[in-house]
Design a protein around this ligand. Sequence first.
Ligand SMILES: C[S@@+](CC[C@H](N)C(=O)[O-])C[C@H]1O[C@@H](n2cnc3c(N)ncnc32)[C@H](O)[C@@H]1O
Length: 289
Amino acid sequence: MPITYDPEKYADYQSIESGTILNVELNHINTNLRLETHQAVWSPTPFAIKMGEFIVSDGCHEKVVMDFASGSGFLSVIAGKGGATKVIATDLNPNAIMMTKRNWALNNLNHEQLYAIESDCFDAIKGHPEIEGQVDMIYSNPPTAPDLEGEIKRLSAGDWNINGQGGRIVNDALITQGRHFLKSDGEILFISTSKQGSKLTCDLLNQYWGKGVKADGDDPLDYAIDWETRGNANWAVVKRIDLLLSDYYLPFLAHIRQFSKEQGQPEPVIEKDGHLYQKIYFIRAKKVD
Ligand SMILES: C[S@@+](CC[C@H](N)C(=O)[O-])C[C@H]1O[C@@H](n2cnc3c(N)ncnc32)[C@H](O)[C@@H]1O
């Protein structure tokens, strides 16, 4: 029996029985889609939905789009329904690639327009002339959990979100290598968090994308502007949300705080009314040759 997706219950969907069909009704952006779940594949969270809103408002008509770390394929399906000529989806988890393909088909999209491939970051698509320098837009909602033990058993959806010492492997690969896959004037839009260290993210963006918009104060990413108002900057935070830290992250909290202290980062989590929140930054960057 299909169930209607409720963003408030997103944590429950990470372990729901495989094969459950979620009806995701995004009426505010005229986009409804269906997603089949898999217990070892990440299902959309409220900020994946926000990313979906950006994809719809950007428009994908006749664009080549990459969904970097695709999980269920949620962002791929939104881009496909928005008229992308091609969607390239990558994920380390083979089950995510399987589900991205299944969910593409479940939404009646043309299989010839999806290229979904298991890949550790960009590894499997490096050196492909039909992909390098050909992408208009890369969307990504990267994993953010730090690796506590060094050796990971990847069984559940959450296990696949463990992403190196600072939870930064995919985030950093996108910032340091993403432009190589873009056409000139192509863009990336991705989600980064205070848990991973916002100064580290800001410094890497400056190094690889050039001048960006920075907030005054301790946290350089703590602001949001309309992309069109960025002037001559090549990157900017275009949306900022405080998200209640879900129980999933509590076992990682001490490690997150320690990493942040060692790296001289702003507070990774903030406390409001007795609850802990992480800051979520939606960052857009443009390739300017
Ligand atoms: C937060 S989920 C996002 C899934 C989907 N894009 C969404 O918005 O719902 C992050 C995804 O990153 C994938 N991942 C983890 N490490 C990776 C790596 N080294 N290379 C590529 N993908 C990776 C995980 O398997 C997971 O599907």
